[in-house]
Design a protein around this ligand. Structure first.
Ligand code: SF4
Length: 358
């Protein structure tokens, strides 16, 4: 399929940037643009919507106004500041990157794509976004949205999440990107993907670059190639509500290296197929050092999803003698159980138990 206008034409960036000037959303991280604010916002926006990030961004920036302040923060402080944003591994990686800035760059965010790419936790997209948006370096920044937009414009039947597909998309961007205003160009492409060239039902009639787009005269949703989705799997876990006697309950911390490392949850474990909740709970509690264990009735259950796992969590009331001090299980107060340091699953179980009047 022919494009009606050469994609290398400066007309492309003129059309895109004029539209962006008029249509760009007023978002907190755009009001004052600094390298650190750009970095934080890009990390927050990975896998989280603008609507969720926008009300939380300034509070995080006030708490951690520089890489140095985040580098010095402990787990409790960063997890509390990240509450509501999910995917908590990201804030730990952000802190790792901030610590590298302190150790290698006197606390500053490095100014080039190459140096940014050397920071832990900073992938090609984030490095490209910071380098272009904050320093105007002419490098691509390809996330899922931009990959989709460029694949449609150039008619690429590739998967941008794969290295070869990503390279094809980056090659197209280099053809389209103007020599100056690289940051505005990348941000405009991101905005076009969010507002116009949406995953489904793109608004081609309102698109500023329709004249340059191959997919507009085809079926836009056929671009880029779809990733094969792994099948979802249903799994169950069982948890114990062992009261501490003062309104709290015993909890365990999730191990280092796990997705939700550092968060606390009720003790328990996954259920093997055909395994009874009672025997699994008894095992899990015995390993932690509880004794004289009596498993009482189911107290609550909740459902949630993590990646491809559809999880049913079942909470039982349990009476048991407290474990020795050496146990990894610790008492959590009622306030701690309602705070940001517990997993979403734990909060859901508590809410379900309260709803059931338990
Ligand atoms: S014309 Fe349609 S498919 Fe092409 S970039 Fe614009 S919205 Fe996307």
């Amino acid at each position: 399929m022919d494009r009606s206008v050469s994609p290398t034409s400066a007309d492309f960036s003129i059309a895109l940037l004029s539209w962006f000037d008029a249509a760009r959303r007023d978002l907190p991280w755009r009001r004052t643009r600094t390298p650190w604010r750009t970095w934080v916002s890009e990390v927050m926006l990975q896998q989280t919507t603008v609507d969720t990030v926008a009300p939380r961004f300034e509070a995080f920036m006030e708490r951690f106004p520089s890489p140095r302040s985040l580098a010095a923060a402990d787990d409790d402080a960063i997890l509390a500041a990240w509450a509501g944003l999910g995917y908590y591994r990201r804030v730990r990686m952000l802190r790792d990157g901030a610590r590298a800035c302190v150790e290698r760059h006197r606390g500053d965010v490095p100014t080039t794509f190459a140096a940014l790419s050397e920071l832990p936790g900073v992938g090609p997209y984030t490095a490209g976004a910071i380098a272009s948006l904050a320093f105007d370096e002419a490098v691509p920044a390809v996330d899922g949205n931009v990959g989709r937009v460029v694949a449609r414009i150039a008619g690429l039947k590739v998967d941008p999440s794969k290295p070869a597909g990503r390279r094809s998309v980056e090659d197209e961007i280099r053809l389209l990107m103007p020599a100056t205003s690289a940051g505005a160009f990348n941000e405009a492409m991101i905005e076009l993907g969010a507002l116009v060239c949406r995953p489904t039902r793109p608004r081609c009639d309102a698109c500023p670059v329709r004249a340059f787009c191959v997919a507009a005269d085809d079926v836009p949703e056929d671009y880029p190639l779809k990733k094969a989705r792994p099948e979802s799997v249903a799994v169950s876990c069982v948890r114990a509500f062992v009261p501490t006697g003062d309104g709290g309950a015993w909890t365990v911390a999730i191990d280092e290296g796990a997705r939700l490392a550092g968060f606390r949850e009720f003790p328990g474990r996954w259920l093997a197929p055909g395994e009874s909740a009672e025997s699994a709970l008894r095992d899990a509690l015995a390993v932690l050092g509880f004794s004289s264990i009596t498993i009482d009735a189911e107290k609550a259950r909740c459902r949630h999803t993590i990646t491809r796992h559809r999880i049913t969590a079942i909470l039982h009331a349990v009476r048991a003698v407290a474990p020795p001090r050496s146990s990894t299980a610790k008492p959590s107060s009622f306030a701690e159980l309602s705070g940001p340091g517990v997993t979403t699953e734990t909060r859901k179980l508590i809410a379900a138990a309260a709803e059931a009047g338990l």
